[in-house]
Design a protein around this ligand. Structure first.
Ligand SMILES: [Zn+2]
Length: 92
């Protein structure tokens, strides 16, 4: 992965996935959206492979930290979409 911006984005999004404020599927959509608009990523030949690995990684269910267990509520699903809208607008 050669794109510093994507590295930072993935780190941020991965945090959100782990804290259940972003779904893994949505994260991959955001990643792909970035790649479509980024010349560095498009010229990175190993990126597709790395994204495949990332896809595998984020789909593995993570055991949440104890203090986050309460977040497994219906409310979290609502937060998803709102947060995502903000992220998408920032990253376009
Ligand atoms: Zn990029």
């Amino acid at each position: 992965m050669e794109c510093e911006r994507l590295k930072n984005l993935i780190r941020d999004w991965y945090q959100e996935v782990r804290s259940f404020t972003l779904s893994p599927v949505k994260m991959m959509e955001l990643v792909e959206k970035h790649v479509q608009n980024c010349e560095i990523c498009q010229q990175d030949e190993t990126l597709p492979l790395e994204l495949e690995q990332l896809r595998e990684i984020i789909r593995v269910p993570h055991k949440p930290p104890k203090e986050n267990e309460f977040k497994f509520s219906e409310e979290v699903k609502y937060i998803y979409d709102e947060d995502l809208e903000e992220i998408e607008e920032e990253e376009i």
